[in-house]
Design a protein. Structure first.
Lengths: 135, 135
């Protein structure tokens, strides 16, 4: 397989992985949400804290998210750009969710950057950065 | 050179590049700020807009930053973690600056993720994501 085809295979794998992850969020399925993440994950989330490290802290960011999300949970990609080599990749995306505040459900557009490395078992996520512009 | 030594060389090059970039920001030196950036740069910045594309829009994010920054400009790394392959890399960091609002200068801690690819001429930045937690 040539370099371009390999790269394209990696991009397909990463896109499928992130789409599975978003689907797991919509299903409130914690094991599937965490399935592709490295133990040393570094997370920069929309709400405080300023940083979360490791899977226990990462899981807590989803507790917070789900506490403000009514069913059906919305967590959808609007676009996704993947830059991948054979063993390091990053992804930039625009996404939206629909948190409920004071009884009112409203669309929230946000930005996502994901960092990945390839282990012998496949791609793992080592970094997520979710944010909205500061007001 | 072995793979580990090559990787380490790339990490050293990327760290030096980002430190030059931060120094250029502190000097309000636009050509040096933009020197390492790809034409297709995708920028997610602290203030709106939600996204900036390309070097003209990237330059405008610095106009806004400098309009709220008095000399000496503060723009410093608190830590930096680099994940690099031979031709794709990403960097996560905590930084701080000192914007002046209503005549008052105050420290602002923020998160930074940078995405890079290696061109024949060396590493170029194709993505920056700066943010603070939403309040």
């Amino acid at each position: 397989m040539g370099v371009n085809e390999e790269r394209s295979t990696d991009e397909v794998a990463i896109r499928a992985m992130l789409e599975r992850w978003a689907r797991a969020v919509r299903a409130r399925d914690y094991p599937a949400i965490l399935a592709g993440h490295a133990p040393e994950l570094r997370m920069f989330d929309v709400p405080p804290p300023i940083e979360s490290k490791g899977l226990d802290e990462y899981r807590r960011t989803w507790d917070l998210f789900f506490s403000t999300s009514k069913d059906p949970v919305v967590f959808d990609f609007d676009d996704m750009e993947i830059t991948a080599s054979a063993d390091v990749a990053f992804v930039t995306a625009r996404m939206h969710c629909e948190p409920t505040e004071a009884g009112k459900r409203a669309r929230l557009d946000f930005r996502l950057t994901v960092g990945l490395r390839k282990d012998p078992g496949g791609w793992v996520i080592t970094h997520e950065h979710h944010s909205i512009p500061a007001t």
